[in-house]
Write a protein that binds this ligand. Structure first.
Ligand code: GDP
Ligand code: MG
Length: 178
């Protein structure tokens, strides 16, 4: 599929940002390994994983994923991870308004200091916890629209919309034409 004269193997650096506990590491684990581990460990500093998907016939996209720690004490390190990133995935937890506020902080930070033209996706995770929802879908949609971001709600637990998140990002990236 990704061989032959017309084959294109694209790659992009992707950084995950957001409050501690929103599910960033679980999203990555679900996407890369197809697993959900409810006892997963807190990320220290940052971790790196990669995953390749097919974009179209004979075109693949390799995501080089930097999963950052949300703790305040690592905030100063964040620019190391988002610098040069083509994509920033900013995650909040739909049961936590505080995490939604933190997501908005990251959006502003990236608008000021991120690579020009960085593609930003806003992700409301833990969509399986509908009965505990405190951030309305429309609030996510409105904020994303105002800031020119792609928006999706996911569940790393049920796998709902996890692959779609990365597929939609791949489709929206400004790939070189040759
Ligand atoms: P991170 O700090 O943003 O990397 O968050 P983690 O990926 O470590 O997840 C924090 C906690 O949230 C863990 O206990 C996970 O099991 C839980 N979690 C992550 N994603 C989901 C989800 O989609 N639904 C539910 N119900 N729990 C989740
Ligand atoms: Mg983590």
């Amino acid at each position: 599929n990704s061989e032959g004269p017309d084959a294109k193997n694209l790659r992009v650096k992707l950084v995950l940002l957001g409050d501690s506990g929103v599910g960033k590491s679980c999203i990555v684990l679900r996407f890369v390994r197809g697993q959900f581990d409810p006892t997963s460990k807190v990320t220290v500093g940052a971790s790196f994983l990669s995953q390749t998907i097919a974009l179209q016939e004979s075109t693949t996209v390799k995501f080089e994923i930097w999963d950052t720690a949300g703790q305040e004490r690592y905030a100063a390190l964040a620019p190391l991870y988002y610098r040069g990133a083509g994509v920033a995935v900013i995650v909040y937890d739909i049961t936590s308004p505080e995490s939604f506020a933190k997501a908005q902080y990251w959006v502003k930070e990236l608008q000021k200091h991120g690579s020009p033209g960085i593609l930003m996706a806003l992700v409301g995770n833990k969509a399986d916890l509908q009965e505990k929802r405190e951030v309305q879908v429309q609030d996510g949609i409105d904020y994303a629209e105002k800031n020119g971001m792609f928006f999706i709600e996911t569940s790393a637990k049920t796998a709902d919309n996890i692959n779609q998140l990365f597929e939609e990002i791949a489709k929206r990236l400004p790939w070189p034409s040759s």
